[in-house]
Design a protein around this ligand. Structure first.
Ligand code: ADP
Length: 258
């Protein structure tokens, strides 16, 4: 009868709606929500430096007769914020491209020992200029296939953090060695503030920063480690974080060389 048909259709409709909401729609909705959150966070991060630049420029316009040399402070503040924006937009672009699957990893043959020495060398100077020490321990031989640009970025992210979150006088150690089965192991160990157990669960998420580093105004944006994780995943490797003793943090990356 008509009534039975209607009831059957009604049940079917509910079953289909339930199925869509539970299974196939869920990842789509989740990824849509993540994208919305990403855009909102990105806009928020862009706003602060833009406000500072606007204020500095408005201030300079009130001093039309002043010499540039007497306005070094607002000018250099502006330049700092412009650099900050540049850094931020580069990272946002990188993550947007990775979401869109535009970047493909491009493994090249690298002469390992020489390549790592060259990447690390400038950071020994950068650490020294901040009265910190960076000790590289590089024991490699032969060649390996890596995406040199991406692995360089990964190393820079980890070293920048280790140096940034280590107080003056502290030490950072970078080690790299080959493991069995043609794998590469890198560690970045610092003697800095450390990362709490709760924060360790989240540091690889986009825009995540511990309250400690927010309060210390260390000037990051919480994107570095999300990019580092993406680079490692693209190489089918692993990245982990644990405590250094007596204090500080150790990041360990293991990637297959092929
Ligand atoms: P940021 O630009 O804030 O440094 P990251 O994604 O690189 O962004 O790091 C996320 C957060 O993880 C940092 O804000 C900081 O709280 C914490 N962190 C990362 N590296 C270290 C480290 N070596 N020592 C202590 N905390 C760290």
């Amino acid at each position: 009868s008509l009534l039975t048909t209607l009831i059957v259709f009604w049940f079917l409709a509910i079953a289909v709606a339930y199925f869509l909401s539970r299974s196939s729609m869920k990842p789509i909705l989740e990824s849509w929500n993540r994208q919305k959150q990403f855009s909102a966070n990105a806009a928020h991060e862009l706003r602060t430096p833009l406000t500072v630049i606007q204020n500095q420029m408005e201030y300079l316009l009130t001093k039309p007769k002043s010499k540039i040399i007497d306005q070094a402070e607002p000018i250099s503040t502006t330049l700092d914020e412009v650099r900050h924006l540049q850094n931020l937009t580069n990272k946002l672009l990188m993550l947007a491209r990775s979401d869109a699957d535009i970047i493909q990893i491009n493994r090249q043959n690298i002469a390992l020992q020489k390549w790592f020495e060259q990447v690390i060398k400038p950071y020994v100077e950068i650490a020294r200029s901040q009265t910190k020490t960076l000790l590289p321990v590089i024991h490699l031989s032969g060649e390996g296939q890596l995406d040199a640009d991406l692995i360089r970025q990964l190393i820079i992210i980890l070293l920048d953090n280790a140096i940034k979150y280590t107080p003056a006088g502290g030490a950072v150690t970078f080690t790299v060695e080959k493991l069995r089965e043609n794998r590469l192991k890198m560690t970045v160990q610092d003697t800095g503030a450390g990362i709490s157990a709760e924060d360790k669960k989240h540091v690889f998420e986009r825009f995540y920063r511990s309250d400690k580093s927010r309060n210390a105004k260390t000037g990051g944006n919480g994107l570095g480690l999300a990019i580092a994780k993406w680079i490692v995943d693209e190489h089918r490797g692993t990245i982990t974080v644990r405590d250094n003793h007596p204090k500080g943090t150790i990041f360990t990356v293991i990637i297959p060389l092929k």
